[in-house]
Design a binder for this molecule. Structure first.
Ligand code: TRP
Length: 334
């Protein structure tokens, strides 16, 4: 059996360095291990942005550009739009019967997100049901690996509930239990040094940020707020500048020297921020350059999406015919 890897992101704007260290970097490696499918979850993004269609379209291209510029290779991996795979909607319809509203309302991922959002006219059914839609995204591909962030674990639990119910009700072995693959890199803290890096918190550095933007964001970053006089010792704990240097600065020996200097006193926060800015600008340079080039070629971008769509439909339509058979729907094709 060949190895299938399925993963994806909700397009809500361009991706940041937290996404890069948390998942994108892993995906570039994973695409060597099997056939990878990367889903741009525009239908899922609709569940909380249905009234902002322009944002959906542009964000989908932004995410695609980020994928391609970090090195997800469309010759090896299939990148596609969720909205272009009707099989996913069909599977969703069958799965809707297998999960109760009560269960979804108590799902930790849904609960956390509901607290952050403010649905003015009541809770939309589409939003409440998105874990079922995500279960369809996953199961339609029968993946071997599903790399996701820890926040997605409750959604994978819904997926596995569906696997159990489906297989037992329809006395079939169509689906296998999913074991999520958690990234070994913990969430990257934002430039505020307080919360996880996130678009909505305004504490993110984007893969597409220009050198000037990077410099500006890093100057405002949290280092050691008690390090007022350069000659005094500075602290490394809770110092976000050093946290980032640990991840992005390659010369570990020199980094140790910088840390010693800083904790002894005599190295300014301005200086370490300059070093970090320079490090990140260099780190992101090839990504940014590739992105700028690709951005101008919408027809190439669309060809990537078309190829992804074709292959995704090939795989999912096979699953769907097994599903219809297992359920025992009548068929005029017989
Ligand atoms: N929920 C994921 C996010 O918020 C996006 C997503 C949709 C996804 N379908 C998926 C992730 C299937 C992995 C597998 O980004």
């Amino acid at each position: 059996m060949n190895t299938i890897i399925l993963t994806g992101d909700r397009p809500s704007g361009s991706l940041h360095i937290g996404h890069y260290v948390g998942s994108l970097k892993d995906r570039v490696k994973l695409q060597e291990k099997g056939e990878m499918f990367v889903l741009i979850a525009d239908i899922q993004a609709m569940t909380d942005n249905f009234d902002n269609p322009k944002l959906l379209k542009e964000s989908s291209y932004e995410v695609l550009l980020d994928y391609l510029s970090v090195g997800i290779n469309p010759m090896k991996s299939n990148i596609f739009l969720q909205s272009e795979i009707p099989e996913l909607y069909e599977l969703f319809t069958y799965f809707l019967n297998l999960i109760s509203i009560h269960k979804l309302q108590h799902n930790p991922t849904i609960k956390t997100e509901l607290n952050q959002k403010n649905f003015k006219t009541g809770l939309p059914l589409g939003f409440l049901a998105y874990p079922i839609s995500q279960a369809s995204d996953i199961l339609a591909f029968k993946p071997t690996y599903v790399p996701v962030g820890a926040d997605q674990i409750p959604v994978i639990e819904v997926t596995n509930d569906i696997v159990n119910k489906f297989n037992s009700i329809y006395a079939a072995e169509v689906f296998e239990k999913i074991n999520p693959q958690l990234s070994d890199c913990p969430k990257l803290v934002g430039t505020d040094g307080l919360k996880k890096m996130s678009k909505s918190l305004g504490n993110a550095i984007y893969l597409k940020d220009s050198p000037d933007t990077i410099i500006r964001k890093i100057r405002k970053m949290r280092s050691d707020p008690e390090h007022i006089y350069i000659e005094n010792p500075g602290k490394l704990e809770g110092n976000t500048v050093f946290e980032y240097l640990d991840i992005f600065y390659h010369d570990k020996e020199n980094l140790l020297k910088l840390k010693n200097h800083y904790t002894k006193g005599g190295l300014s926060d301005g200086k370490i921020k300059d070093i970090l800015a320079e490090t990140l600008i260099e780190y992101l340079r090839p990504i940014r350059e590739r992105r700028e080039k690709l951005q101008k070629d919408r027809s190439y971008l669309n060809s990537v999406l078309r190829n992804g769509r074709e292959r995704a439909r090939e795989v999912t339509s096979k699953t769907l015919s097994e599903v219809r058979n297992a359920i025992g729907l009548a068929s005029s094709q017989e």
